[in-house]
Design a protein around this ligand. Structure first.
Ligand SMILES: [Zn+2]
Length: 190
């Protein structure tokens, strides 16, 4: 199951995967560019997995600088997903993320001319068509897609980040509005 890379679920495609010409230069676009609907800039993990990189490279001799702030996640499905041009990153290398977990904020760091998310998928090191992977048309336009949003296990996220013991978790779960409380606690942490 591949979930929406946006917390609100909705987004459009601003540039497709494949060959394109930018400022007269023909280049292969290894991912698909997305823009969240209605100002939604909260980027979340499409699949759960392990964060293998969370960084920004300023050295222009390393082409990875173009990605700006980026997070890459080795997904449970064996693919590696790159979330690029982020304004902010909320996860660190080595962390485990669950589908739907907020990992960053859409931005325009690196080689980018406007707020968007460069979403790239690699399988066995090779780039694959990210539009197919998400189940959207590989065409830029104003059409909005509404993909399912995974509900993150906030209690689990908070307990892991804060190193809460089971006792604390049980105590807070006894509270009537526990699920809302966990979500609020989590939002205070990122
Ligand atoms: Zn792109």
């Amino acid at each position: 199951m591949v979930y929406s890379p946006y917390m609100g679920g909705r987004f459009r495609v601003s540039s497709p995967y494949g060959w394109r010409t930018l400022s007269g230069v023909r280049e292969f676009h290894g991912g698909i560019d997305l823009v969240g609907a209605d100002g939604d800039t909260d980027v979340c993990a499409s699949v759960g997995g392990k964060v293998i990189q969370s960084r920004i490279i300023y050295d222009h001799s390393n082409l990875t600088w173009q990605w700006g702030n980026y997070v890459s996640v080795e997904g449970e499905d064996g693919n590696v997903i790159y979330y690029c041009h982020l304004a902010e990153r909320y996860v660190e290398k080595g962390e485990t993320v669950t589908a739907g977990q907020r990992i960053g904020k859409q931005g325009h760091t690196g080689y980018s001319f406007g707020d968007h998310l460069h979403f790239e998928v690699r399988r066995g090191g090779n780039r694959i068509n990210a539009a197919n992977y998400l189940g959207v048309q590989n065409v830029a336009g104003m059409r909005y897609y509404d993909l399912p949003v995974a509900a993150p296990d906030y209690a689990d996220l908070v307990c892991r980040k804060c190193r809460f013991e089971q006792q604390t978790r049980d105590y807070l779960n006894a509270y009537k509005y526990a699920s809302d409380l966990w979500r609020k606690l989590y939002e205070q942490m990122v």
